[in-house]
Design a protein around this ligand. Structure first.
Ligand code: NAD
Length: 264
């Protein structure tokens, strides 16, 4: 590793297991010398997250359901007591009712629309709001988004609408916090097989389509998202804020691939 994150303390939110994008980012940060804290949702995940945290030298593993203001407050109160200051946060959290991540967007229910926006969009703002107070020497905040925010992707539905709002919130947060040298960015990750992704209809097919149609002709790994996150979270990204960085093997630049079709 490098010393890029030496002396920096960061909170990683959204670790479920070793397939999580949060884990790729956590490893990259730890490798570069960062000191980490982790939050997890629900007691069931605690026993998965604790050993992972330990393996990167962290004994700060705290519960937080981002749908609950009191739960976010107690997370930050505990961090404040333990650390005082904070240098970075990673928000790798999204949620929608699985039954609406297939079929048509037009059939989205009001309840699931509001819940998806709450957990996948507002929670980032809620967390940044608390983190700001602890980022007394500047800081870097990162969230995860997807191409379905920009273009229609099959089955992504309400999550596409939520990610569009999340990306807009990144820009507004960047402007609000820029004067305190707190940067706010998003990574738009290519498709990766994780727990959350397995809830999306035809995900295997979407992975294959990305593999065939991206300029690099492959999908991306958690480790690769981790490396790009390191750039945004460290001093390497010191002039970058309000940005949505695509880490997707170039998929988003392709309108159409050349095909060998002499009859057309
Ligand atoms: P994951 O299942 O490993 O992580 C999702 C996390 O969200 C879990 O840890 C879960 O506990 C957490 N979460 C859900 N509801 C929560 C709540 N109320 N409170 C606290 N935590 C909650 O899957 P992942 O793919 O690593 O997802 C991380 C982020 O990356 C998500 O925002 C997702 O939309 C985004 N993303 C994923 C892909 C992909 O292909 N996997 C691509 C682009 C963006």
């Amino acid at each position: 590793g490098t010393n890029l994150m030496q002396g920096k303390r960061g909170l990683i939110m959204g670790l479920a297991n070793d397939k999580s994008i949060a884990w790729g980012i956590a490893k990259a940060c730890a490798d570069a010398g960062a000191e980490l804290a982790f939050s997890f949702q629900g007691e069931a995940l605690k026993k998965r997250v604790e050993p992972l945290a330990q393996s990167v030298g962290s004994d700060i593993v705290l519960p937080c359901d981002v749908g609950d203001e009191a739960s976010i407050d107690s997370l930050f109160a505990a961090l404040e007591e333990r650390w005082g200051k904070l240098d970075f946060i990673v928000h790798a959290i999204g949620f929608s009712d699985k039954s609406e991540l297939r079929g048509r967007y037009v059939d989205t229910s009001r309840n699931n629309f509001l819940m998806s926006m709450d957990i996948s969009v507002y929670s980032f703002t809620a967390v940044v709001q608390r983190a700001e107070k602890m980022m007394t020497e500047g800081g870097s905040c990162l969230t995860l988004t997807y191409y379905g925010a920009e273009k229609v992707m099959p089955h992504y539905n309400v999550m596409g609408v939520a990610k569009a709002a999340l990306e807009a919130s990144v820009r507004y947060l960047a402007e609000d916090l820029g004067k305190d040298n707190i940067r706010v960015n998003a990574i738009s990750a290519g498709t990766i097989k994780t727990l959350a992704a397995s809830g999306i209809g035809d995900f295997r097919l979407i992975m294959k389509w990305n593999e065939y149609n991206s300029p690099l002709r492959r999908t991306v790994t958690q480790e690769e998202v981790g490396k790009s996150a390191l750039y945004l979270l460290s001093d390497l990204g010191s002039a970058v804020t309000g940005e949505v960085l695509h880490v997707d093997a170039g998929y988003h630049v392709v309108g159409m691939k050349a095909v060998d079709a002499p009859d057309i």
